[in-house]
Design a protein around this ligand. Structure first.
Ligand code: PNS
Length: 158
């Protein structure tokens, strides 16, 4: 039986930290579905189409990486896709509390789904989508922290 993992998130935008986790997941699982939450934020910077396009572009040479969108409960989506695993990235201790709550809630809702945490390479441990947007909007350099296509698209948004 093949193991399918779901990597859920807002991806507004995709960062190199996300790319690192997805690549690790793609080596570990038979298939990894990058599941972008619809309406995660009321006013995302990147449209859903842009976010899907960016992930698709970055992983165009990785056939076991799929991109999809979802709304509603994550565990319902995971069950619908017949996946067994939720992948989440852990950067710092500060991530732990929220992730711990989500994992236990998801386990209560659907005990058969296992959450697996992965740590990104250390050079990405301080990156978040929120910080990328803030730094870029204030004129800071984000080169090397996000894929090229994200950088291009950010430039188009100023
Ligand atoms: O990129 P993010 O914002 O850290 O991702 C958070 C996400 C999408 C994983 C979380 O908000 C989520 O799972 N939302 C779907 C609704 C849901 O299932 N909520 C209960 C989680 S315990």
């Amino acid at each position: 039986m093949s193991t399918v993992a779901v990597f859920p998130g807002s991806f507004d935008p995709l960062t190199n930290g996300h790319v690192d986790i997805i690549s690790r997941g793609a080596r570990l699982f038979d298939r990894i579905i990058v599941a972008i939450l619809v309406n995660a934020e009321k006013r995302p910077l990147f449209t859903m189409d842009e976010r899907v396009e960016i992930v698709r572009h970055v992983f165009r040479d990785r056939p076991n990486v799929e991109v999809d969108t979802f709304d509603g409960l994550l565990v319902d989506y995971v069950e619908r896709r017949q996946a067994q695993v939720i992948v989440r990235g852990l950067r710092a201790v500060s991530d732990f509390e929220f992730e711990f709550q989500m994992t236990l809630m998801n386990r209560r809702l659907s005990p058969g789904i296992e959450t697996v945490f992965m740590m990104p390479a250390e050079q990405y441990t301080y990156i978040s989508s929120r910080l990328i947007k803030e730094v870029f909007s204030l004129g800071g350099r984000v080169h090397g922290l996000v894929p090229e296509l994200v950088e291009q698209r950010l430039r188009g948004k100023v």
